[in-house]
Design a protein around this ligand. Structure first.
Ligand SMILES: [Zn+2]
Length: 135
């Protein structure tokens, strides 16, 4: 039996890969949430009505000697709850995958954090550079 490669196995849980571009020194992955709905951060009501989309970039763990950049397609949803003051919200991802406003995935952030703790600022940054981790 021939093993089947699934691009979504490369990215953090919950993301689906729409496009994969392998360059000489970087891999770009266009990803989106695999969920059809999102939860309003104010009233916790689930919505599936998409208002718009925008792109957010986040660095992920290097792969095969190449830096990995996720281009995350984020959806904005309408909140239909009558009592909710928020009309539109952007979908959020799990804190252990991609926190709000983060420029790195949580798994990359964790490694950078531990390098910093173990080696300190400059030596940690030097080793991160050699490991192709963006710092
Ligand atoms: Zn709401």
């Amino acid at each position: 039996m021939r093993p089947r490669f699934r691009p979504s196995s490369l990215v953090p849980a919950g993301f689906v890969v729409d496009h994969l571009d392998v360059g000489t020194d970087r891999i770009s992955l266009v990803v989106r949430s695999g969920s059809a709905t999102a939860t309003c951060p104010d009233c916790r009501t689930s919505s599936r009505r998409i208002q718009s989309r925008y792109q957010r970039r986040a660095a992920d763990l290097p792969l095969g000697g190449r830096r990995v950049e996720l281009q995350v397609m984020v959806r904005r949803f309408w909140c239909d709850a009558a009592a909710c003051g928020r009309k539109i919200f952007a979908e959020r991802f799990s804190e252990d995958v991609l926190p709000t406003f983060a420029r790195r995935t949580s798994r990359l952030e964790q490694i950078v954090h531990h390098l910093g703790l173990a080696l300190g600022g400059r030596p940690g940054a030097g080793l991160a550079q050699r490991l192709m981790l963006p710092v």
